[in-house]
Design a protein around this ligand. Structure first.
Ligand SMILES: [Zn+2]
Length: 285
């Protein structure tokens, strides 16, 4: 099914299928975003509203604005300006969560571009005091995580140590790229057993399962994970270590990538997408 364009057709499909949104109480989505994604912008209020309408009542979220380097609205900006802008987005998002009746947990998306800059505007511990963050998000390929750089290595260790001392969550983006394989994070996971480390996307599958078996302080999430991958993880007896995550609304962007959205994505488009996909925000192609 073509997912780009033809919004009216998609709406019809949803209505015809008679699929009801998931109304199970307490449905949690452990992998959600707000903010800029390429040239599109997803307002927190619209993201939470759409997920809420589709039956999600609790989210763990971060701002994807952080994953596109030192830019604001597509234009280059300084480390301090970017830091403050994203802090504002996250503060507004927490207020939007209150208004939409969404229980929301904010994750601080750590940018080495900010913390390892010569004019670093803020220290990690200080950033964590500025908002009621409940954990971190790391994205090695979205940001400049150069593992050969000792400053970057120190920053990562500081993140896991901070989380470990407080029993916080660290969501790590994982993939086949050598800079972001699950095993890349193993030294930190092992050194800081008090941190709960969420291996996003379950990929690569084998390495994800090896980490889950070896380190009790790890879980994986189902964001963009194929159904077959999820079945395999359950078959390996690791189903209780897998949490529901969607990567919403990045899913909306990818579903429309042939004509990528620009500017603020209308609330109704987002709501329709969430409803049609039953809150998962994703349909396998
Ligand atoms: Zn994500």
């Amino acid at each position: 099914m073509a997912l780009s364009g033809g919004g009216e057709v998609q709406m019809k499909t949803s209505a015809d299928s008679g699929k009801m949104p998931d109304e199970r109480p307490g449905r949690t989505d452990w992998h959600v975003h707000i903010g800029a994604f390429a040239d599109a912008y997803y307002r927190a209020e619209d993201v939470f509203g759409a997920l809420r309408a589709a039956g999600t009542t609790e989210v763990w979220f971060s701002s994807t604005t952080s994953g596109f380097g030192l830019r604001i609205g597509g234009k280059p900006a300084g480390a301090g300006a970017v830091y403050r802008y994203i802090r504002g987005e996250m503060r507004d998002a927490l207020a939007a969560a209150e208004r939409t009746g969404m229980k929301a947990h904010a994750l601080y998306w750590v940018m080495p571009e900010v913390h390892c800059a010569p004019d670093a505007p803020v220290r990690l511990a200080r950033a964590m005091e500025e908002l009621p963050y409940e954990g971190f998000k790391l994205h090695p390929s979205g940001n400049a995580w150069d593992w050969d750089d000792s400053a970057v290595e120190r920053l990562a260790d500081e993140v896991f140590a901070f989380a470990g001392e407080r029993g916080m969550r660290v969501v790590v983006h994982c993939g086949p790229d050598p800079t972001e394989r699950p095993a890349v994070f193993e030294r930190f996971v092992a050194r800081h057993p008090g941190a709960t480390v969420q291996l996003a996307h379950c990929r690569p599958l084998k390495e994800t399962c090896q980490m889950l078996r070896k380190h009790p302080n790890t879980v994986c999430d189902t964001a963009f994970a194929a159904k077959a991958t999820q079945v395999a993880i359950r078959a390996f007896g690791l189903g209780n270590r897998m949490v529901h995550g969607t990567d919403f609304p990045a899913t909306h962007w990818y579903a429309n990538r042939e004509t990528p959205p620009t500017g603020t994505v209308p609330a109704m488009d987002l709501a329709e997408f969430a409803m049609r996909t039953g809150g998962d925000g994703w349909e396998e192609e």
